[in-house]
Design a protein around this ligand. Structure first.
Ligand code: AMP
Ligand code: MG
Length: 488
């Protein structure tokens, strides 16, 4: 086998392995029978200063399958726990291995993780493998979220392993290489707290501060400051999701990062017609993770994070609880302010007015009653000529429009500023479910053209002037409700 020296491509330094041993298991990557490159994110590689020959498909396939001499590279699987649908479980990377922490030229650190690379000590009953469809799905949606200007892990490559994986049927085994500013999860803190050793917990906390909260390092109240800052990162993230109609689908505490990036694209999907109860996941029977519940679940998850910190906040438990509760209780109000400001931008309101909440909520009720498409309604409000469509002919809508127009023309109104706000906050293109499915089924049959074309389109979601066919812009209803499945 040809020897590939990773350090000519990456600048690895695996600081996670300096944490106490309970946080990870060192494991070499297994070879796969016949690696074949499906997609490589050349732009992302360049932006991270990863110097890989992007036109050498064979070399890329070897690297991102683990088919190189990877002994002594300190590749590892992470241990974590988590509340899954409200139930606490010990978890960990059951089908992923960290290739390494790459430092770009400015010294910024990124995890490079292979997902679908085989069993680890955390695999439980799983086979450690992943299939082509779900890995390409993560690639598409995570890149879409990135170009929508929302914090997220990214996707660097997908390879087929040449192996079959068995779910309900035989599927093509694949590995996704994911880039994240770290993989520290609320569940990692829950795992640390469960060790019942304050030194272990403190080591994870200090490590997390170094990676994500270094600006708070000299604060006297660092624990409370980190908790507050983490809450703000999550509120910001959820507000973005609500803005574009994104439903994560599995907001378990192990799928919430300390970095504030969206992670673990399993059963996620974008909402078409506006309905606050929208959920797509086949296993989310109660709608725990439906669209409208996302901010509430975020608060619940942040509370689980706060609980893990209690022994570090104060040796007096009552005092620690009181301090943490103050932060948790303030979340709904902070979220509401962020949400209102975000909705104002979607409507091109350049200033604030007490009536705004009513105006926003009446539009949303109208949308819900009339099955209006969430994305397209805002596009139509940006382009007045679109308002002659039949859906906008009702008196209900006309009345609302009159109130909205009057409100919009406030004393601070500026046409260009208002339009700019709307254009920056209302995507013209989202990854519509029917297109994602079509692109994935073509890719499974070996035709990658629709995938590549779609990814190109998703790079400019706010470009109003882009000439794209209606196929990409409308919701094509198949008759059946759209359903998604977890990545397994
Ligand atoms: P996820 O739904 O991807 O967030 O995964 C939840 C947990 O299940 C994590 O601990 C994963 O590592 C684990 N897991 C998911 N799929 C597999 C698999 N095929 N084999 C082993 N572990 C898995
Ligand atoms: Mg997960």
């Amino acid at each position: 086998m040809k020897l590939i020296t990773m350090n000519s491509y990456f600048n690895f330094e695996n600081t996670y392995t300096y944490l106490p041993k309970c946080f990870f298991t060192l494991q070499d990557i297994e070879e796969v029978p016949s690696p074949d490159l499906v997609i490589f994110n050349d732009k992302l590689a360049k932006s991270l200063d990863i110097n890989i020959p992007s036109n050498d498909k064979k070399e890329l396939a070897k690297i991102f399958s683990g088919n190189f001499n990877n002994k002594n590279m300190n590749t590892f699987a992470q241990a974590y726990a988590g509340h899954q649908f409200g139930h606490f479980t010990n978890l960990g990377d059951g089908r992923a291995l960290m290739l390494g922490e790459h430092l770009n030229k400015c010294g910024k650190r990124f995890d490079v993780q292979m997902k679908g690379s085989g069993v680890t000590p955390y695999s439980r009953q799983g086979d450690g493998k992943a299939a082509l469809g779900p890995m390409l799905r993560e690639y598409i949606i995570s890149e879409a979220i990135h170009y929508l200007n929302i914090p997220t892990t990214r996707s660097l490559s997908v390879i087929k392993t040449g192996e079959d994986v068995f779910r309900e049927k035989k599927l093509k085994g694949s590995i996704l290489t994911r880039i994240a500013s770290s993989h520290i999860r609320v569940g990692t803190f829950q795992y640390a707290a469960a060790q019942q050793d304050i030194k272990i917990l403190k080591s994870l906390f200090d490590y997390t501060v170094d990676r994500h909260y270094s600006e708070l390092k000299n604060s006297n109240e660092i624990l409370m400051e980190v908790l507050k800052e983490f809450s703000l990162k999550q509120i910001n993230l959820i507000t973005h999701w609500m803005r574009v109609g994104f439903i994560h689908g599995v907001m378990n505490t192990d799928n919430m990062t300390l970095s504030g990036e969206t992670i673990d694209y399993g059963p996620c999907a974008f909402m078409n017609s506006y309905d606050p109860n929208t959920k797509f996941s086949s296993i989310d029977h109660m709608g725990r993770y439906c669209y409208k519940n996302q901010p509430i679940i975020a608060q619940w998850n942040i509370a689980r994070f706060a609980e893990t910190l209690l022994p570090l906040i104060s040796s007096d438990l009552d005092e620690a609880i009181k301090k943490a509760e103050d932060v948790i209780k303030s979340i709904p109000e902070t979220y509401k302010t962020c949400w209102l400001n975000m909705m104002r931008k979607k409507l091109g309101l350049v200033d604030k007015d007490n009536e705004d909440e009513n105006i926003i909520n009446s539009l949303l009720s109208w949308m819900e009653k009339n099955n209006a498409d969430f994305t397209n309604t805002f596009i139509d409000l940006m382009n007045e000529e679109n308002l002659d469509q039949s859906i906008y002919k009702s008196n209900d809508f006309k009345n609302w429009l009159e109130i909205y127009k009057k409100r919009k023309l406030s004393k601070n109104f500026s046409k260009s500023k208002s339009l700019k706000l709307m254009q920056e906050n209302n995507p013209v293109i989202i990854p519509r479910n029917h297109i994602v499915e079509n692109v994935l089924s073509s890719a499974d049959e070996g035709d990658l053209k629709p995938l590549n074309k779609f990814l190109k389109i998703l790079e400019n979601p706010y470009d109003n002037n882009l000439k794209i066919s209606n196929y990409y812009k409308t919701d094509i209803k198949s008759g059946e409700p759209y359903m998604t499945f977890c990545g397994t």
